[in-house]
Design a protein around this ligand. Structure first.
Ligand code: SAH
Length: 374
């Protein structure tokens, strides 16, 4: 016995089907209660137990005391001239994460964060600069999708609904799999968001054991941030390459592809002027990817203050793409979206507690929470 009482209500937003069943079983309730509540939460956007009229009054009252449906609060909300929308969501009194909605024709993609900050230190990424703060729990990951969908619906917005989810926001999702897996399960479940596996993409900087675990626990579409065709350069750009070098990474990708036939793995490649964008880099990249069910996504670098890299010129990006295509590698250049509101790839910071404040706190100085809209 730990002797402590858990006074924290369970946030039902993070419970997938199995977890919800266990939760109701622990209350002595039948499994169909889980189905009812999942539908209320995810199909009808209910955020109070009062609304759940097919549950008895006493059960609703009981749920009120031990559970909650608590989405993250909107701390800032900006819309780009291209329609891209970025929310800064407060997940607790000190931390915020960013979530981006990207409308594109009939497709609406939501880019979701999995951690506050990131521990991986990729040298061209704004999130890396803030360091790692903490993992998001499943409710905080799903809560971004739940809140974005409800906010869009309440506004009666004109763009497409959310049809695709990408875990490409802040953080390295494969270093937070215990929370990411239940979140993915809810995205895929018909009682949750009901998205097809191919419409849910997880992007990793190359955490090899995580790729294997994802294949076993909840395979969805995989994107890998490759960014360099050889280890010497990738060691610098994506330092986790020193632990899991390219050969090892591509072997894991091959295994993943075998587990998910007919689906291509996306390799992301940020185009950094005069760093990784020469024709020779393109040829080496094509050689490395040959034989893999791969497609390449070229991402024009998005700058942020204090960064020494520059974006490759458009002609250089086109030439790089042409070389890959000629070698038989399907390649598209990612459209830069939302860069006027710092919502583009690699620009998400969502920072609330600057390092100096954290230091102050460690020294016992009380620092008020600061919510900084990026
Ligand atoms: N940690 C995961 C997911 C987050 S990043 C990963 O590394 O894949 C999502 C994508 O944006 C990654 O491919 C990342 O390398 C890329 N990215 C990071 N910083 C960028 C920048 N400044 N410009 C363009 N793309 C960037």
């Amino acid at each position: 016995m730990s002797g402590t009482t858990n006074l924290q209500p369970t946030n039902l937003l993070g419970l997938p089907r199995e977890g919800m069943r266990e939760f109701f079983a622990s209350l002595g309730e039948k499994p169909f209660r889980a189905t009812q509540v999942l539908k209320w939460i995810h199909h009808r956007h209910a955020s109070s137990f009062d609304a759940m009229t097919d549950l008895g009054k006493s059960l609703r009252a009981r749920l009120d005391t031990i559970a909650e449906i608590r989405p993250p609060a909107v701390a800032a909300d900006r819309t780009s001239t291209d329609g891209t929308r970025k929310w800064l969501f407060a997940i607790d009194s000190r931390n915020c994460v960013e979530t981006v909605y990207i409308p594109d024709g009939h497709r609406g993609t939501l880019c979701v964060s999995s951690q506050v900050g990131c521990a991986l230190n990729c040298t061209f990424c704004a999130t890396a600069q803030q360091g790692f703060n903490r993992n998001l729990d499943a409710a905080e990951i799903v809560g971004q999708l739940w809140a974005a969908r409800r906010l869009l619906a309440e506004e009666g917005h004109e763009g497409p609904d959310i049809t695709n989810v990408v875990l490409m926001g802040m953080g390295e999702p494969l270093l937070n799999l215990d929370n990411v897996v239940p979140a993915l399960e809810l995205m895929l479940d018909d009682l949750g968001f009901g998205l097809a596996r191919k419409r849910v993409t997880l992007s990793t900087a190359g955490v090899v054991p995580g790729i294997r675990a994802l294949a076993l626990r909840c395979p969805v579409s995989l994107a890998v941030s490759l960014h360099a065709p050889d280890d010497a350069l990738r060691d610098v750009l994506v330092p986790i390459n020193r632990t899991y070098p390219i050969d090892m990474l591509l072997a894991a990708c091959r295994e993943f592809a075998d587990a998910l036939p007919r689906q291509k793995i996306t390799f992301e490649y940020v185009m950094l002027d005069a760093v990784n964008d020469t024709p020779e880099h393109a040829r080496r990249l094509a050689r490395r990817l040959s034989g893999l069910p791969a497609k390449v996504n070229l991402i024009p670098f998005n700058p942020f203050p204090g960064i020494r890299y520059r974006r490759s010129p458009a002609v250089v990006v086109d030439r790089f793409r042409d070389i890959l295509m000629a070698a038989g590698v399907i390649t598209i250049t990612r459209k830069t979206r939302g860069d006027d509101i710092d919502a583009a790839c690699g620009q998400l910071a969502g920072r609330v507690t600057p390092r100096s404040r954290r230091v102050a706190r460690r020294r016992g100085v009380q620092a008020a929470p600061v919510l900084q809209g990026a």
